[in-house]
Ligand binder design. Structure first.
Ligand code: ASP
Length: 345
């Protein structure tokens, strides 16, 4: 009996010390960002373009990190990081957003506070320079969670956010992507050979969507926050709303579990309730952030969707799984170590 007790206690001490050891060697992350997932291949990227993406991601990370280090909230950090990415023409959010089927930019964004599960979102907006700030205003200055279109724009103006002419969002690259699809569409129509499944979804080129942005953060008080901002998918039907502004699909944060921001083929992320599912697996099944995130992305893949997520738990463990060729992504540890990646590891 004594021998058995001895074996059990040695076993337990080994587990506890191994756990303490891995906590020590594991870095604590406090801010993670993404700049969209898709068919991002090194062979299609010039060195200059790759560098430009890295610089923009690092700038966003630093904007959020500096606030966290100044004891500001994770919400402030998420909003600041996303505003940098919205202002960059490289990403499909704010300036540089993709075009709808009728040649407009319709923007979606959402934000969530893990402390009290407060959330805000805007969808289909065309004149708000930084939709993430409008989402935050909906959360903090209205009694609602989501506002859309003209109403959201009126509200954003009333609370003093910057309003721009819709032409502000135009970039030649995104416009050319739409022109390419229009051209392909007319050829397809003539040949009458269009892919039925894609037609049903109303999105004929799912690869024309890179660059949605997102950020998640953990502040010194242990509060998690998450935010996502996008122009959606090139050639989306006018009025289409993806997962990015939908709380629980594209964005979720709960101090007891995790903060998540998603990017990918929105219809599949909505149907899989992706961001909340990661939280639920952690809360109800005791999964680690890595296990939960991987399982949810695998589920999206099984249904035929593609994309990725960034997830950060309350202890500063993070995961960035995706099932596409690449995902613009980056993170910073509490000590200030920055990691930025684009392709598959
Ligand atoms: N999820 C976004 C949407 O479907 C697009 C993306 O993340 O690339 O609107």
């Amino acid at each position: 009996m004594k021998t058995l007790q001895l074996i059990i206690s040695v076993f337990l001490i080994t587990i506890i010390s191994f756990d303490a050891y891995s906590q020590q060697v594991n870095q604590k992350y406090i801010l993670v960002v993404h700049g969209g997932a898709g068919t991002i291949l090194k062979k299609n990227m010039t060195a200059e373009k790759e560098e430009a993406y890295r610089v923009a991601l690092i700038e966003a990370i630093k904007a959020g990190y500096n606030l966290l280090k100044a004891n500001k909230s994770s919400l402030d950090a998420v909003e600041a990081a996303i505003r940098v990415l919205e202002d960059s023409p490289l990403f499909n959010a704010g300036k540089g957003a993709v075009f709808t089927n009728d040649g407009r930019n319709e923007l979606d964004a959402s934000i969530m506070d893990g402390k009290n599960l407060a959330a805000g979102a805007v969808a289909g907006v065309t004149t708000i320079r930084n939709p993430i700030s409008a989402a935050r205003a909906v959360m903090e200055k209205s009694e609602h969670v989501m506002m859309i279109g003209k109403g959201a724009e009126k509200f954003a103006k009333e609370v003093g956010l910057e309003i721009v002419d819709p032409s502000y969002f135009y970039t030649p690259d995104r416009w050319n992507s739409l022109q390419k699809i229009w051209k392909e569409d007319s050829i397809k129509k003539n040949q009458d050979k269009a892919d039925e499944k894609s037609l049903k979804l109303g999105i004929e080129n799912k690869d024309n969507k890179f660059g949605t942005v997102g950020a998640i953060a953990l502040d010194s008080k242990g509060n998690l926050a998450a935010g996502t901002s996008t122009g959606g998918m090139t050639n989306k039907k006018f009025g289409r709303v993806g997962d990015s502004p939908i709380i629980g699909a594209g964005t979720y944060a709960n101090n007891n579990t995790v903060a998540v921001s998603a990017t990918g083929w929105g219809e599949f992320f909505i149907r899989n309730v992706v961001a909340y599912d990661v939280s639920a697996l952690i809360e109800y099944k005791g999964f680690s952030v890595k296990e939960a995130s991987r399982m949810v992305i695998n589920k999206v893949g099984k249904l035929g969707g593609d994309g990725g997520i960034i997830a950060l738990d309350k202890n500063g463990n993070m995961a960035m799984p995706f099932n596409t060729e690449g995902m613009f992504r980056g993170a910073i540890t509490e000590a200030g170590k920055i990691e930025v990646r684009i392709y598959k590891d």
